[in-house]
Every structure is written in C-alpha cells, then in structure tokens.
Design a protein around this ligand. Structure first.
Ligand SMILES: NC(=O)c1ccc[n+]([C@@H]2O[C@H](COP(=O)([O-])OP(=O)(O)OC[C@H]3O[C@@H](n4cnc5c(N)ncnc54)[C@H](OP(=O)(O)O)[C@@H]3O)[C@@H](O)[C@H]2O)c1
Length: 269
C-alpha cells in the first residue's frame, strides 16, 4: 500500500522496455494500479497491465486511454516516457527522419495529454510527468535532433504547467542522465554519413559506446518517479543523474558558451 493508503492509477507510455518498464515494475510493486503501453502487446506482465498504444497516432492514443478509463475509472498520473533516439550529423538527417523523432518525443506526449486532460481537469486533480533528458539542456554533438526534441518538450511542459495550475493538474519534467536501456540500439540514423563528418562522428559514437555511458540501472529513474507521485504538489524540473552528467547542467548554466562546448568536445574525443 502507498503513503496515506492512496493507490494511484498511473499510465506509463513506453512501458515495454527500459525506463518505462522499470517505472511500471516499481510503481506496481508499491501498490499503485499501473498501465504501461507499447505499440504491440503480446503478453501481460505480472503486477500491471499493458495496453496497446502508438503515440504517433491520435486514434490509437484515444483507444488506449479509453481502455484504461474503462478498467480503472480514472487516471491520476501520466508518465510521458515513450521516446526515440536519433544520431547522425545534422546535415545528413533528412527532415523526414527528424520528423519521426519530433512526432514521437514531442507530439506523442502532446497526443497523450490531449486524451487525458479532459478527465483530469474535470476531477480537478492530476499529475503529468514528462520524461525529457539532460540532453534538453544542451545540443549533444551528432544527436542534435534528440536534444531539440527534449528541449521542446521542456518548454511545452513549462507552458502547460501555467495553463493547468488553475485546474489542479500538476506538471513536472524529469531529466534522466544515461541509463542501460534499448535507446542506443533503437536510435534512428541516416542511410549514409557524409565523408566530411565521418571521422568525428565515429569518434563520438565510439565514446558513447563505452561502459561510461548507459551503464546505470533504469530503476533509479523509477525511484524518482515514485518520489514525485507521493508529493502533494510536485513542481518544476527534476533530475536523475550522477557525477559529471549531473554537473554538466550546472556547467552549462555557469560557463561561457565557448568553454562549455570545448569541454563537451573534449569529453567525446
Ligand atoms: N536511456 C537513457 O539513457 C535515457 C536518457 C534520457 C532520457 N531518456 C528517455 O527515456 C525515455 C525511455 O527511453 P528508454 O531509454 O527506456 O528507451 P527504450 O528502452 O528504447 O524504450 C523506449 C520505449 O518507448 C516506446 N515507444 C517508442 N516509440 C513509440 C511510439 N511511437 N508509440 C508508443 N511507444 C513508443 C517503446 O515501446 P515499443 O517499441 O514497445 O512500442 C519503448 O517502450 C525516452 O523518452 C528517452 O528519450 C532515456
């Protein structure tokens, strides 16, 4: 049972893998009624329900949300977690490829909000947790469209927080550092890399492939979500990151741009 004996109905998009799956497992183990989503649902896990939902399709989102409402009667918390990565020199990424990432990471979260907000506003309570990324704070080399999508979601959430506060609906963002999930293998990438960028691109990707990156347990992010949903009125931007990754946010705020970017490129060398 949760604090105050209050079980929350939680919808976690992208519950089939990585961070979303860790959130589903932790929250359901804590006694919450959890619904995860995936584009294909083949088997039901123990402890929570999986619902089919493609967040790039408003009809699919609407059907998924209606299924949760039919089964649970309400949605208290939405964790907008489903997302995609993308890598490649910006010049080599076609607008069509970039659009897939923006459509998932930004408009996908928006579609889910549009489906759940009428119910939350009517009940005058609710919490939206948008999973963004530390990458929202700066342009990562060769992952510019990923940074752009997460920065867009941060600004979207900021505006949404002000619009929704009169309705008792809280909006927070949670920025993870790098965690051990399928995100790296599933990143979209251009068909070919222009030779002008090939050397620098391969070097950055080699650094990204080292154990330094993507080694931490995604349950750490789930712990943060659990803490957020226990709060009476959660607010603002939250982080789930350690060491140099966490420090990078502060450095970005304090250092001159040129120096920050030099340090970033040195890290990837
Ligand atoms: N791992 C990290 O280091 C890290 C760091 C910062 C932020 N994040 C963010 O954390 C979130 C989760 O990523 P992850 O690392 O756990 O990656 P992951 O293991 O690749 O999981 C991605 C999830 O998103 C779902 N998804 C993708 N496209 C979808 C769509 N069109 N409709 C519905 N669901 C879709 C996938 O579900 P199906 O494929 O089953 O449909 C999967 O459950 C993402 O927003 C990511 O940007 C991750």
């Amino acid at each position: 049972m949760t604090d105050q004996g209050f079980v929350k109905v939680v919808l976690v998009t992208g519950g089939s893998s990585g961070i979303g799956e860790a959130i589903c497992k932790r929250l359901s183990a804590e006694g919450h009624r959890v619904f995860g989503t995936g584009r294909k649902v083949e088997a039901q896990p123990t402890g929570y329900r999986m619902v089919a939902m493609d967040i790039t399709d408003q009809g699919s989102v609407q059907r998924g949300v209606e299924q949760v409402l039919a089964e649970a009667g309400r949605i208290d918390v939405v964790v907008n977690n489903a997302g995609l990565g993308i890598q490649g020199p910006a010049e080599d990424i076609t607008p069509e490829l970039a659009m897939q990432v923006l459509d998932t990471n930004v408009l996908g979260a928006h579609r889910v909000c549009r489906a759940v907000l009428p119910g939350m506003r009517e009940r005058k309570r609710g919490l939206l947790v948008h999973i963004t990324s530390l990458a929202a704070n700066y342009g990562l080399p060769f992952r510019g469209f990923y940074s752009a999508s997460k920065a867009a979601l941060e600004r979207y959430a900021e505006a949404q927080r002000m619009e929704l506060s009169p309705f008792g609906v809280h909006v927070v963002t949670l920025q993870p550092g790098e965690y051990r999930t399928r995100i790296a293998t599933g990143r979209l990438r251009p068909g070919s890399i222009g030779t002008a960028y090939a050397h620098a691109y391969e070097r950055v990707m080699a650094v990204l492939g080292t154990s330094l990156h993507y080694s931490r347990d995604p349950d750490e992010v789930a712990v943060k979500v659990s803490q957020l949903i226990r709060q009476e009125a959660p607010y603002g931007v939250h982080y789930s990151a350690h060491g140099l990754q966490r420090l990078s946010v502060l450095l970005k705020k304090c250092l001159p741009t040129r120096l920050f970017e030099r340090l970033m490129m040195r890290h990837y060398r």
